[in-house]
Design a protein around this ligand. Structure first.
Ligand code: PEP
Ligand code: CO
Length: 399
């Protein structure tokens, strides 16, 4: 375990989140294995550099001012089974093409921030799942347990963190190669859900001495883990990375301002991205009060639209799906609301695969097509064609 640094003026240390209420974390029965994994991660190289993380913060600051557009996208949940260089390539290429479309129409640089190389751990509404009278822990992502509905598969195992770490390292290596080929900058982001994984990957920035999370350039708190006094926000508070917060329809202006006090006491540009995930039907009522609160209080934030998570529904077959029409409608509402509030629409946050998956309806895909290539381990993703058509529509609306 990292030693507590008593010299931290505000008492933060990589493990101080442990004093707070931590929602959504798995229960590890084998504490010796958990400690061994933490030690191994602590001894492992950082996955991203502090210098690159500082660079992304500068770019997010530009997005907050309307001088750049932040494109965050990737799987809902990365998995061990879907890992293949061709899949990483496909997602990279799709994002790069979307960026090109948006940059061309808007004349602004697009900052690519993949939901990749770390997006493994999932919050779940129900901690258990029942099938045919049998109840087991819910699947929480491959870094925690397995998707198969058996007691062995669903048992949280700490060693999965090491496998995930190695997959992240290989994925980053591929992404760096692709980015160098295309002369693109590419950053990575994920939800900082699994704090026992994030904690041992905290490092000091050799240039500034500040703590930074080395698991990714950008980390966010999810809609279920963004309580201002909860463990996840307590963790994010102390790392210098640019951070995000998912803002759902239940968030109040008071809570938002408290969160900003905790996460960005210095109100430094690029530090906080607010990711609105309201749902097509709720955004018109839910978003304006939040935008107004942040703006009238002088908070520097990048507003980003996640038009995916408020628009999930069940198809008749029982599969979780989303309609491209709803995703586009929420995005368009987001853009008009930000404009009406004289605020900046800073970017988009999508769940997307570069593969030809059939998980969301729209374009060539109807509900009947969903089972054909429904590969997601969690929420339904746009496929490459759907992502590109959304990029064209957004680029047009932004222009
Ligand atoms: C997600 O991004 O996959 C997610 C769980 O989102 P949210 O926290 O907004 O529900
Ligand atoms: Co999701």
């Amino acid at each position: 375990m990292l030693k507590a640094h008593k010299n931290e003026s505000d008492g933060w240390s990589p493990q101080s989140w442990r004093e707070k209420e931590a929602l959504q974390l798995p229960y590890y029965a084998d504490l010796d294995a958990l400690a061994a994994v933490a030690q191994a991660l602590e001894a492992s190289p950082p996955l991203v550099s502090a210098a690159d993380t500082r660079r992304l913060k500068e770019l997010v600051a530009k997005a907050a001012k309307g001088e750049a557009f932040l494109l965050q996208a990737g799987d809902c949940a990365e998995s061990f089974a879907e890992f293949h260089p061709d899949n990483v390539r496909a997602t990279f290429d799709t994002l790069a093409q979307m960026a090109k479309i948006i940059a061309k129409e808007t004349g602004k640089p697009v900052v690519l921030n993949g939901r990749i190389a770390g997006q493994f751990a999932k919050p779940r509404s129900d901690s258990n799942e029942t099938q045919g009278g049998v109840t087991l822990p819910s699947y929480k992502g491959d870094i925690i347990n397995g998707l198969g509905f058996t007691p062995g598969s669903r048992r949280p195992e700490a060693e999965r963190m090491l496998r995930a770490y190695r997959q992240c390292a290989v994925t980053l290596n591929l992404l760096r190669g692709f980015a160098a080929e295309t002369e693109t900058e590419f950053f990575t982001a994920h939800e900082a859900l699994l704090l026992p994984y994030e904690e041992p990957l905290v490092r000091r920035d050799p240039a500034t001495g500040a703590w930074h999370a080395s698991s990714a350039h950008f980390l966010w708190a999810g809609n279920r883990t963004c309580a201002p006094d909860g463990a996840h926000v307590a963790f994010l508070r102390g790392v210098a990375n640019p951070v995000g917060v998912k803002c759902g329809p239940e968030m109040t202006p008071e809570t938002l301002l408290r969160l900003l006090d905790v996460l960005a006491p210095a109100n430094d540009a690029g530090r906080v991205t607010l990711i609105a995930r309201m749902g097509r039907g709720r955004i018109a009522a839910a978003l304006p009060p939040l935008v107004r609160a942040a703006r009238s209080d002088g908070r520097i934030v990048a507003w980003v639209c996640d038009p995916m998570h408020g628009n999930t529904k069940r198809a008749a077959s029982g599969l979780k799906t989303r309609a491209v029409a709803d995703i586009l409608a929420e995005t368009q509402s987001f853009l008009s609301i930000l404009a009406a509030e004289s605020a900046v629409a800073g970017g988009l946050h999508l769940e997307l695969s570069g593969r030809d998956v059939t998980e969301c309806t729209g374009g060539a895909i109807t509900e009947a097509d969903l089972p054909k290539r429904y590969l997601t381990h969690c929420d339904p993703r746009l496929n490459a064609a759907q992502g590109l058509s959304l990029a064209r529509a957004v680029a047009e609306a932004l222009r």
